[in-house]
Design a protein around this ligand. Structure first.
Ligand code: HEC
Length: 181
């Protein structure tokens, strides 16, 4: 092998190295081009946050709705269906047991966090108000927003008809149902 051939080999290696580095740089350029896309996603995320704020405002508006009018949207049969979502965690019977959540027999008109053999969150005990129709409606829209720190892991019932119906259903499951407003 003469030195000319060795030079050719070295040249070939250098060229290869250059191409590899070149591809790397090119990839870098591509990578940098992608970065703005990432921040564009972040902006979308921010939009979602602001949507949530909007729906929080909606929640407040709904909470101010006339309760008699709201309850008039409900019916017992539909309430029984809606309660299926609750029955994963709650019984609602006079001889019902506490499960993940407390037995809800007679809950309308009862003081929040007052079943003696159920271990409530501190938040629920501290809340301690009477479960009126109004309070129950506000709570069920978004439980964790209404009573911060509640351990009830349930997203809430967005539809007025669902809340009205399940409230009527719970009121019927009591020794002393409360008169409707
Ligand atoms: C994933 C389980 C789960 C589901 C589903 C669920 N809950 Fe609960 N619920 C709980 C837990 C746990 C508590 C106790 C909350 C605490 O101590 O903070 C609770 C507490 C309550 C309370 C307060 C009771 C009291 O004695 O003060 C009410 C009212 C209630 N739930 C209603 C409902 C209704 C109505 C539904 C269906 C629309 C529902 N829950 C769905 C787990 C659940």
């Amino acid at each position: 092998m003469d030195s000319f051939e060795i030079n050719k080999i070295i040249a070939a290696i250098l060229l290869t190295a250059l191409i590899v580095i070149g591809i790397g740089k090119f990839a870098d350029v591509l990578f940098h081009v992608e970065k703005p896309k990432e921040s564009a996603y972040q902006i979308e995320g921010l939009e979602i946050v602001s949507n949530e704020k909007k729906s929080d405002n909606n929640v407040k508006e709904i909470a101010q709705v006339d309760i008699a009018q709201l309850l008039s949207l409900g019916d017992l049969a539909h309430g029984e269906k809606v309660f299926k979502k609750c029955s994963a965690c709650h019984m609602i019977a006079s001889d019902g047991k506490n499960m993940i959540g407390p037995n809800l027999w007679g809950v309308i008109g009862r003081t929040a966090g007052s079943i003696s053999d159920y271990k409530y969150s501190k938040a629920m005990v501290a809340y301690g108000k009477e479960w009126s129709f109004e309070e129950m409606n506000s709570y069920l829209i978004k439980p964790q927003a209404y009573i911060k720190g509640t351990k009830m892991a349930f997203a809430g019932l967005r539809k007025e008809k669902d809340r009205a119906s399940v409230i009527l259903y719970m009121n019927s499951k009591s020794a002393t149902p409360k008169p409707l407003p």
